[in-house]
Design a protein around this ligand. Structure first.
Ligand SMILES: C[S@@+](CC[C@H](N)C(=O)[O-])C[C@H]1O[C@@H](n2cnc3c(N)ncnc32)[C@H](O)[C@@H]1O
Length: 211
């Protein structure tokens, strides 16, 4: 469930870090200010942090630098290998947003560039699980591509096509990038107060606190 993209990430693991550094013209704007985006997620988190979709460990690095206790969840074996090369002592588990080991006393659930791998129904299920896991004032901090509305989504797809960015246009159309309104409803419904902040033309910071 929510794992249809894992093969792609096994194949991408070796070149992923070059893409986020702007090495792929099509995705340059998606990863614009990547380091600042990850830093923003780390700054809004605290304590015992559960990180989903660790990838090659770039957000993990920021979380560890802040002295947080980090447990990472990552479904792609290729990505886990890359993250482990950087952080051999990291507690990293095979799992996904919906299936993961139970940890007591989690303060923050975080993720960057990954929550869109779940359908909106699965996002709802995940937020329900985190609502049960976190205590009052616990945080969910996600950075991910999101659209203000359907018009904006359509315009971004058309812009990508006009630039000849076929892969980006295909991703924008086929992955489950949510609308801002959908995320607002899902956080609210699952017991969180949430605020949204745009970090580049694609990526938003979602900063949610358990009521
Ligand atoms: C674009 S990468 C982001 C990696 C890293 N967080 C970053 O900011 O660079 C997306 C990651 O999410 C993982 N992923 C895909 N489906 C997932 C799921 N259902 N649950 C958790 N992680 C998933 C992929 O394997 C990949 O490592």
């Amino acid at each position: 469930m929510g794992l249809e993209f894992v093969d792609l990430f096994n194949d991408w693991a070796d070149t992923y870090d070059s893409t986020v550094m702007g090495g792929d013209e099509e995705y340059k704007e998606v990863f614009q200010d990547y380091e600042r985006i990850l830093e923003a997620v780390a700054e809004r988190s605290y304590g015992h942090v559960l990180e989903f979709g660790v990838g090659t460990g770039n957000l993990t690095e920021k979380l560890l630098a802040k002295g947080y206790l980090v447990h990472g969840i990552e479904p792609s074996a290729g990505m886990r290998t890359k993250a482990k090369e950087k952080f051999p002592d990291l507690d990293l588990y095979d799992g996904d947003f919906l299936h993961f080991p139970h940890f007591p006393e989690v303060n923050s659930v975080v993720s960057s560039y990954a929550f869109h791998h779940l359908t909106d129904d699965e996002k709802d299920q995940a937020l329900r699980l985190y609502g049960q896991l976190l205590k009052k004032n616990g945080k969910i901090v996600f950075a991910d591509t999101m659209f203000k509305n359907l018009f904006e989504k359509k315009a971004m797809v058309e812009e990508a096509l006009q630039k000849g960015y076929q892969h980006l246009a295909h991703d924008l159309e086929t992955e489950y990038y949510p609308l801002k309104e959908t995320m607002a409803v899902l956080f609210e419904k699952n017991g969180f107060d949430v605020s949204f902040e745009p970090l580049n033309r694609y990526v938003w910071l979602m900063d949610a606190t358990k009521r």
